[in-house]
Design a protein around this ligand. Structure first.
Ligand code: NAP
Length: 289
């Protein structure tokens, strides 16, 4: 942690609720320490905050920027002066840079996921992707995958709250990228099975399988898993979800959401500081398996 807060120390923070479990303060404060930067990063729970007043206060305090998590990723949009093209397509922001009174919004979740995919030895251009989920994280992954050259994307969601977002996502991708996207209901087991059979990548971007619900998996019948399929889960608690265990048993390559978390932070760090985060040291300190 910081040993010397000075009169010049710049502040960055995470906004959302809950935030106390976050490892972002450890990650960024260690990066600032390693690079000798006079900055500090804190978490602020926004549950009882008047959001607009909070954002104006952060500008008055001359923060260098902030991250947003649920439920603030969408409600920040109306306070921003600029939005990156990807964040505009996603419709949500997880990173804001503050410069000279102006707030610029970005979304680094998809960038983080795509970077962790590369680490696993796969490329998004290898073949079709089946993505389960259409919430905040899934939207970011879907848009980034399409922008980075995924040829085909099957977006799978139950016919619930996020179904309209799944349809909007597919429309946006089909209209604005070269990727061909479609939407499949999770309840349509035959269509889900066919999508997975033709895919080289299956990604769970729902909360199904996350602790404490570790006996749950979004795919009820893993018999459609095949050796040419890489299966990833953006959940990192537990490190190995039931989905990943099923995939391993079927001979698939697998990876979890731990490095997505690291790399979305690396991208945010670059946006705020223009410098590279000492990612390898941070990985060894906080992200070792
Ligand atoms: P979100 O916006 O609330 O979306 C949740 C998604 O899961 C929606 O598609 C939702 O569908 C679906 N879902 C929830 N319960 C379900 C169930 N019982 N059966 C089928 N589908 C279900 O949440 P989020 O922010 O995208 O986060 C999703 C997960 O990703 C969480 O576990 C979160 O911890 C993780 N995450 C990881 C990282 C990382 O860096 N590794 C980053 C962000 C998020 P409906 O809305 O239609 O119910």
């Amino acid at each position: 942690m910081h040993s010397a807060i000075t009169g010049h120390t710049r502040l960055g923070c995470l906004l959302g609720s809950p935030v106390s479990h976050s490892i972002s303060p450890m990650m960024y404060n260690e990066a600032f320490r390693l690079l000798g930067m006079d900055c500090v990063y804190l978490c602020f729970d926004t549950r009882n905050a008047e959001f607009g007043t909070l954002i104006h206060s952060l500008k008055d305090m001359n923060v260098f920027g902030f991250n947003l998590t649920m439920p603030d990723k969408e409600r920040i949009l109306e306070y921003l002066d600029e939005l990156s093209p990807a964040a505009r397509m996603i419709g949500a922001v997880n990173t804001v840079r503050h410069e000279n009174g102006r707030l610029s919004g970005y979304n680094t979740d998809g960038i983080g996921y795509l970077r962790s995919l590369k680490d696993s030895g796969c490329s998004i251009t290898d073949g079709p992707m089946t993505l389960i989920g259409a919430g905040g994280a899934a939207s970011s992954i879907a848009i980034q995958a399409a922008l980075d050259g995924a040829p085909r994307l099957h977006i799978v969601n139950r016919q619930g709250r996020s179904w309209p977002n799944a349809l909007r996502l597919a429309d946006t991708i089909n209209a604005q990228t070269a990727c061909q996207a479609d939407v499949i209901a999770l309840e349509d087991l035959t269509a889900v099975r066919l999508a997975i059979q033709e895919s080289t990548l299956l990604t769970n971007a729902t909360s199904v399988g996350m602790a404490p619900g570790t006996d749950c998996t979004p795919i009820s019948d893993p018999s459609c898993f095949h050796a040419g399929l890489t299966v990833s889960d953006i959940i990192y608690n537990p490190r190995k979800t039931l989905l990943l265990s099923q995939a391993e048993a079927a001979g698939c390559r697998t990876f979890n959401g731990l490095y997505m978390l690291l790399y979305q932070g690396e991208a945010a760090f670059r946006i705020w500081t223009g410098q590279e985060m000492p990612t390898e040291q941070i990985r060894q300190r906080f992200f070792s398996a």
